[in-house]
Design a protein around this ligand. Structure first.
Ligand code: UDP
Ligand code: MG
Length: 329
């Protein structure tokens, strides 16, 4: 059997002081399973403290003292860069030939790790084992409804396929990780990037699990922003739709003008119907602003990309060397 020599597990953590101890304990329980699935594998956890304001960094420093049956590597970012930045920092720092990504709150069951490792070891043609949730129990119904809508829209407007309920939780081979970290964009939507780089991915499904402790840092507003960013980073379809609507309205206006001209020539021009005219003018004005707004958002993204600022800045850590600073992407 082929031996995977190192498995890196990347864990973005923002204010997770309640979850870190539970997470470490759960990982310790999982180590034997991983070793059985891929004998001789060295496991390293790569924690990314995403500018936490609680004792997360302190706990990580403590955990790195060598008492765990796995290596604990950690880095602290200089401020809160958001989950996408933290994920990238972890992927850049991960050294394993297998790399897993999971949340610190145990919503991604560690018990699936041995299964993922076994699938990759057994099937050399497979590059990635990803997960999707089959249920959303324990989540507010409104949030579930909007998530579903998001995935439907996403798959409609973008060329890449992101299954409903897809999680960031996955295990990848080195080649796929390198492909993802090599992508130069600053506005990152990981689920879209995973799909975009391709590679052969197998999916495992599991029912939703509740957070082990602490609270989610996402609210309706931040999630909506994330959804819009995600859609825009995977697709230019909104621009196309805007121009088609413009074209359609021009055609309608042309037809209506012809109709009115002919009617005026035949029956004279009784002045009536200005309220409906006012409605139409307002409607079209609104539509123009909407389309301008769509264009403006893409322009803003382009502006942010051209600044070429890094997606994260490392403040501290135990990785040595360059502390996993962003490579020259
Ligand atoms: N996270 C992060 N930076 C942030 C927000 C979240 O690194 O700005 C991490 C967080 O610590 C957790 C993961 O991303 O490990 C998922 O966050 P959360 O559980 O709050 O999201 P949810 O599961 O509700 O989608
Ligand atoms: Mg969570």
């Amino acid at each position: 059997m082929h031996n995977a020599s190192t498995l890196s597990i990347v864990v973005p953590s923002y204010n997770e002081e309640d979850c870190i101890p539970l997470f470490l304990a759960a990982m310790a329980d999982t180590i034997a399973g991983i070793d059985a699935a891929a004998p001789g594998t060295r496991v390293e956890l790569v924690f990314v403290d995403d500018g936490s304001r609680d004792r997360t960094a302190h706990l990580l420093r403590e955990a790195a003292d060598g008492t765990w049956p796995f290596d604990v590597r950690w880095l602290s970012l200089s401020r809160n860069f958001g989950k996408e930045g933290a994920l990238l920092a972890g992927l850049d720092a991960a050294s394993g030939d297998l790399v897993a990504v999971m949340d610190a709150d145990l919503q991604d069951p560690p018990s699936l790790l041995p299964r993922m490792a076994a699938m990759l070891v057994d099937d050399p043609t497979l590059d990635c084992v990803a997960t999707r949730r089959t249920t959303r129990a324990g989540e507010p119904p409104i949030r579930s409804a909007f998530s579903r809508l998001f995935y439907r829209l996403m798959n409609l407007v973008s060329p890449v396929e992101v299954p409903d309920g897809a999680r960031d939780f996955r295990m990848m081979r080195r080649a796929m990780v390198d492909a993802i970290t090599a992508l130069p964009e600053r506005n990152r939507f990981s689920k879209g990037l995973y799909a975009w780089v391709g590679f052969r991915t197998a999916w495992i499904e599991y029912p939703n699990a509740k957070r082990a402790a602490g609270r989610t840092t996402w609210n309706f507003l931040t999630l909506t922003g994330y959804a819009i960013d995600g859609l825009m980073s995977c697709s230019t379809m909104p621009l196309t739709i805007a121009s088609y609507i413009g074209l359609l309205l021009c055609a309608v206006a042309f037809g209506a003008t012809c109709f009115i001209a002919v009617r005026a020539a035949l029956f004279g021009d009784p002045v009536a119907g200005w309220p409906s005219l006012a409605c139409i003018v307002t409607f079209i004005g609104g539509l123009q602003l909407l389309c301008l707004g769509v264009i403006g958002r893409y322009l803003a993204k382009t502006y942010l990309e051209t600044k070429r600022r890094p997606s994260y800045i490392v403040r501290d850590g135990n990785l040595g060397g360059n502390l996993g600073q962003p490579t020259s992407r």
